[in-house]
Write a protein that binds this ligand. Structure first.
Ligand SMILES: *Cc1c(COP(=O)(O)O)cnc(C)c1O
Length: 360
């Protein structure tokens, strides 16, 4: 990989011991990539497995770089295959990025507060400090305040639409922030497929220090597969591949992802249905006297402020309806996070809340 100015800049952000050179594990499937008929290189069981005949070469290690899945994602998103890294869910790339760029006991990450909990958990596991910048009480972002706090942070995790608040950031604001930030900006678009028009990928050019994280767990409905991915400068993809566990994506995950991605037509109908149900549920909830605020949402959930979150949560739980009490998050006093369900589930939720009101 030639080191032009951009890659030089990106390389200077790696932890020092990576900059000094690092020899990644070289798997059997890395070293020989040609066609062969006899594979005696990986200590697999050449006889087969109890799953023989069940739709796959189960006794063989899977493709370490999930090339076919990356090809399918590349076609769907119109980004280069060399710009795609696939992880075991999004949690894996979050951890890998912290390990690549943040020196334990020394470096820090930047996040908004409130936001998705895994950034801080992953940083803490790695003994990396977290600078959490409070949003405004309406969950909007003061970008000047964020930029002022960003000094010396290696990574900024910006979740858009944000979890648990549901609101997307303006891609132009992220771009301005990224252009004056010395570190890397990770835009977590786990919910981005619910508002593609607000995706950072809609910018004509992505600044080289911006990475976009997406997942099959939400709009694609494939939380069980454990497949998250990153769109980034090829240099960053190269380094994520250098330090990941060699076979991080199992064969069933790769197979099922390929099957799903061949059916991109499934996505728009599901997106539309969830958007319509979100609007409907928003209206119904806003009518209830126990609801104080329904926050605007670009995602597949609503953050709702009620009079008494704990009592409401308990009543719903007794009725077998589980929502998330987010009261302990900043600015989220008495707020429940409610996933948009099916039409029937949403109606049952509204009916249960109406009953709760009658009792109270
Ligand atoms: C659900 C979610 C993810 C997805 O995690 P996976 O490990 O890919 O299932 C990522 N980021 C945020 C903010 C989420 O809410």
């Amino acid at each position: 990989m030639t080191l032009d100015e951009t890659t030089h800049k990106l390389q200077s952000l790696l932890r020092p011991h990576f900059q000094q050179g690092f020899t990644a594990y070289s798997s059997a499937r890395d070293e020989f990539k040609g066609k062969a008929s006899i594979w005696l290189d990986a200590n697999e069981n050449s006889l087969g497995s109890p799953l023989d005949g069940a739709g796959g070469d189960w006794h063989r290690y899977p493709d370490p770089y999930a090339r076919k899945v990356r090809e399918a994602l590349s076609n769907w998103l119109k980004v280069g295959i060399d710009q795609l890294f696939i992880g075991h869910g999004s949690d894996e790339p979050i951890d890998l990025l912290i390990r690549l760029f943040c020196q334990p006991g020394q470096d820090s990450i930047l996040t908004l507060d409130p936001t998705y909990g895994m950034y801080a958990v992953s940083a803490t596991i790695n003994n990396v400090a977290v600078k959490a910048v409070p949003t405004e009480p309406d969950f909007s972002v003061d970008w000047q305040k964020l930029a002022a706090a960003a000094n010396d942070c290696k990574l900024a995790f910006l979740c858009s639409p944000n979890n648990p608040t549901g609101q997307a950031l303006n891609p132009l604001d992220i771009e301005v922030f990224a252009r004056q930030f010395n570190g890397l900006v990770v835009v977590d678009e786990a919910y981005g497929d619910f508002c593609p028009e607000k995706s950072i990928l809609s910018l004509p050019v992505l600044p080289p220090n911006v990475l976009v994280m997406k997942t099959l767990s939400k709009a694609w409905g494939l939380a069980a597969l454990r497949l998250g991915f990153v769109i980034a400068h090829p240099f960053l993809v190269h380094w994520l591949n250098q330090i990941k566990p060699p076979y991080n994506l199992s064969l069933p995950t790769q197979q099922m992802a390929l099957q799903a991605l061949a059916n991109t037509a499934w996505l728009p109908a599901s997106q539309l249905h969830i958007k319509q149900q979100r609007q409907h549920l928003h209206n119904e909830l806003a009518k209830l006297p126990l609801v104080e605020t329904v926050f605007p949402s670009d995602a597949n959930f609503l953050l709702v402020r009620v009079r008494d979150a704990a009592a409401t949560y308990n009543y719903l739980a007794q009725r077998g309806i589980i929502v998330r009490d987010r009261s302990r998050n900043r600015h989220c006093q008495n707020c429940l996070r409610i996933t948009i369900g099916t039409e029937k589930e949403n109606a049952a939720l509204v009916a249960a809340l109406q009953e709760f009101q009658l009792q109270g």
